[in-house]
Ligand binder design. Structure first.
Ligand SMILES: [Ca+2]
Ligand SMILES: [Ca+2]
Length: 427
């Protein structure tokens, strides 16, 4: 990575802005919220105050998709809907709760009415959330807590809510044939959320199977999940977490195998203070992976690769991570190391993320001719703050996990009249 070669491409920035405006204009208000059995549904409720007569929903997608890949990154942002329904202070409210749940069907796995496993999930497989102080810290339901019959009962309860989430053409929670859009299902808000409103006459019956109905908080969720599945806001951190666990009713046909009657950790769903929704796996992520998952622009695994440069600013994602850049916008000019040669030293300076130090090896190389990078002995940047030889690493500043450290490399000029420097990263 040679910073001398970086060019800010203003044309690309302009094109991206024009595209965003066009997408905003194309949003239709007439769309209905949709849900398919087996999807992981995110639900919100306020136990008092503003919005206590309303639930907000967001469809996270196939639950088995999260089982197979817990690192799906940013899934959407419903900050606009949450502020409309629960007030601009929604994130600091301790009486506002959210959780996720999914169940493909409540049928037995053998005998009358039985179903075969789908996508490796036998009948009555549940996905439920648990409040977590940080990703992966939530409690798992111990094995054999729930017999298959109890999970069948839970599925029957959940099916009432699921029907509310389906338009009248798919579910039974609404009035088939009605010409009133409010009686046909939940409207899909521009940010993708659905709002169930008890105060609307058209929603009054559906409210009987609402998120609030099935999640008396604190209490049992969907009749059987003692202690509930929800987390509340007002925590004071930049994001609030629930862990998602998979609970098998049967081992036969389960792929991958899991815990019968208890939970296996699958992913963590977080709600950011802006309303962003993110899925990340706490068990496998490096600091780089965790960082990459926070950017909506990196919406595919290919765009999150260390060597990828999805914003075309000439800086690969791994270097953007080290230099605390934004991999979704062209910001190479603002994050590139600077050189000050005005005094008796060459001083190279840059800011690096503190959490990159243990994840990415960082070496400063320098040269008098841009060709020979070894005669001048490369300098390894220490992983911790302090001064070692030519290198000073400043104390961490900012809020974890986004803390940065100022790094300065000071090389005496001696007889050299010019010097080139570059930061080399390996992992
Ligand atoms: Ca880039
Ligand atoms: Ca960038």
């Amino acid at each position: 990575m040679k910073f001398q070669s970086m060019i800010m491409n203003n044309n690309k920035t302009f094109v991206a802005l024009c595209t965003a405006v066009a997408a905003t204009l194309s949003i239709s208000r007439a769309e209905l919220f949709t849900y398919t059995d087996g999807n992981l549904i995110l639900g919100f409720q306020a136990t008092a105050g503003t919005g206590s007569t309303k639930n907000v929903f967001f469809n996270l997608g196939s639950a088995t998709g999260f089982r197979d890949n817990g690192n799906q990154g940013v899934l959407g942002n419903i900050g606009a809907t949450l502020a409309t329904v629960y007030g601009s202070d929604w994130y600091t409210r301790t009486d506002l709760y959210f959780g996720v749940i999914a169940n493909l069907n409540q049928q037995p796995n053998s005998g009358f009415g039985s179903r075969n496993p789908v996508n490796g999930d036998p009948s009555r497989t549940f996905y439920i959330s648990a409040a977590a102080a940080s990703p992966g810290a939530g409690p798992l339901v111990p094995a054999a807590t729930f017999p298959a019959s109890a999970l069948g009962t839970g599925g029957t309860s959940l099916s009432g809510l699921e029907n509310v989430l389906k338009p009248s053409s798919d579910g039974t929670g609404w009035i088939t044939g009605s010409t009133d859009p409010l009686a046909q299902g939940l409207q899909k808000e521009p940010d993708g959320a659905g709002i169930l409103d008890q105060t609307l006459a058209q929603h009054a019956v559906a409210w009987n199977n609402s998120w609030t109905r099935w999640n008396p908080s604190p209490g049992a969720a969907f009749d059987i999940f003692t202690g509930g599945i929800q987390q509340n806001f007002g925590k004071g951190d930049a994001a609030t977490y629930v862990d998602v666990q998979r609970i098998l009713a049967y081992s036969a046909g389960a792929s991958p195998a899991g815990v019968v009657g208890g939970g296996t950790y699958e992913t963590t769903i977080s709600i950011g203070s802006s309303g962003s929704i993110t899925a990340q796996s706490a068990t496998t992520n490096t600091p780089f992976q965790t960082w990459a998952l926070t950017f909506p622009a990196l919406d595919t695994s290919a765009k999150r690769l260390p060597d990828a440069d999805p914003d075309n600013d000439g800086v690969i994602n791994l270097m953007e991570f080290v230099l605390n850049g934004n991999p979704g916008t062209s910001d190479n000019a603002s994050i590139a190391p600077t050189l000050n040669a005005s005094g008796s030293n060459f001083i190279f300076a840059f800011n690096r993320r503190a959490d990159s130090a243990g994840d990415v090896t960082q070496v400063f190389e320098y040269s008098t001719d841009l060709a020979d990078w070894t005669t001048k002995a490369p300098v390894t940047i220490p992983t911790t703050p302090g001064t070692t030889g030519f290198v000073a690493v400043g104390a961490s500043s900012g809020t974890a996990p986004n803390q940065v450290q100022a790094v300065t490399v000071t090389i005496p000029k001696g007889s050299d009249t010019k010097l080139f420097g570059r930061l080399k990263i390996t992992r």
